[in-house]
Design a binder for this molecule. Structure first.
Ligand SMILES: [Zn+2]
Length: 307
């Protein structure tokens, strides 16, 4: 089953190789692994943890784009670029965290968009000039500068990602955005209590606004019990969400640890293991139509409508 992965930290996979002077990293190191996992479309996130300057943000975004293009891959820039049957993996550039923006959010978001980014989160776990992430002050949400950023993103149809937002920022963004929002890599808090997972109330509100939730394969986000941190149990989040808010709001945002330093021994750490999750959906008695919707159909429909 083909898969659209809404969150992949590919900047982290590319950077160490670039430091060694290598290029076309996605082609040389990952192509076979994408193929084996049937990752037909993936995001390519430029990730910023909270300390990076605007210039450092620009450097990373340029590196990600250069590697996608020098690898000979196609970028998804408009809905017309979205192919139902791509010959090989297609890439959607995304931004995770915008800590380097301290002024002129309109101009800087325009630059990120012009480079090809189509989904972006204002914050990682940090608290920055735009918004407040999970580790920030719980009483602090979206700032006035952040509201301007959301409005600019709405104007460009660059989708706002709330996966790392603290609760106050989540609700502030939901109030401010005129377009649906996406939590690209978050699970259900009822099944795993990790801070970044979403409450039922958050999931209902996000769905009511037409949004999507990408299921996160990071083992710590699947279950509090170590022995249940696997593909089979991630599929239980899909079942839980489908019953709560409708299968049409459920997608994949695996955040594979293989792209960065996260190491753990389980069956959903890397792109070549992605089909283990599809098997988990079958074990959860989803129909093939529903599996197709979760694997890629819902994302295609969303991007075709809002991008
Ligand atoms: Zn993340």
């Amino acid at each position: 089953m083909k898969i659209f992965d809404l969150h992949a930290d590919l900047a982290e996979a590319i950077r160490p190789a670039y430091k060694d002077g290598r290029r076309s990293v996605l082609r040389n190191d990952w192509n076979e692994r994408f193929k084996e996992g049937e990752i037909s479309w993936t995001s390519a996130a430029s990730f910023f943890a909270g300390r990076e300057s605007w210039e450092e943000m620009q450097e990373t975004v340029r590196m990600v784009k250069e590697d996608i293009l020098s690898s000979g891959y196609e970028l998804i820039l408009t809905k017309e670029d979205l192919k139902e049957e791509p010959k090989e993996t297609m890439f959607l550039m995304t931004v995770e965290g915008m800590c380097g923006i301290h002024d002129d959010p309109e101009g800087k978001i325009q630059w990120l968009y012009d480079q090809g980014n189509r989904i972006g989160s204002l914050e990682w776990n940090d608290q920055n000039d735009l918004a407040t992430g999970n580790s920030g002050d719980p009483a602090r949400g979206l700032t006035d500068l952040g509201k301007r950023a959301v409005r600019k993103m709405n104007e460009l149809h660059m989708i706002v990602d709330v996966s790392h937002a603290n609760e106050k920022t989540f609700w502030d963004i939901l109030d401010t955005s005129t377009l649906p929002i996406i939590a690209t890599h978050s699970n259900a808090k009822s099944l795993c209590t990790v801070e970044r997972n979403l409450t039922n109330q958050q999931m209902r509100a996000l769905a009511n606004k037409g949004g999507l939730i990408g299921l996160n394969a990071c083992n710590m986000f699947i279950d509090d019990d170590l022995v249940k941190q696997d593909a089979r149990h991630l599929a239980k989040h899909a079942r839980y969400m489908a019953d709560l808010i409708g299968v049409e709001h459920v997608a994949c945002g695996f955040d594979f640890g293989a792209y960065y330093t996260h190491k753990a021994d389980y069956d959903l750490l890397a792109p070549e293991q992605a089909q283990n999750f599809i098997q988990g959906l079958r074990d959860e008695q989803f129909s093939e139509e529903e599996i197709k919707a979760i694997a890629y159909g819902n994302v295609m429909k969303f991007l075709n409508t809002y991008m």
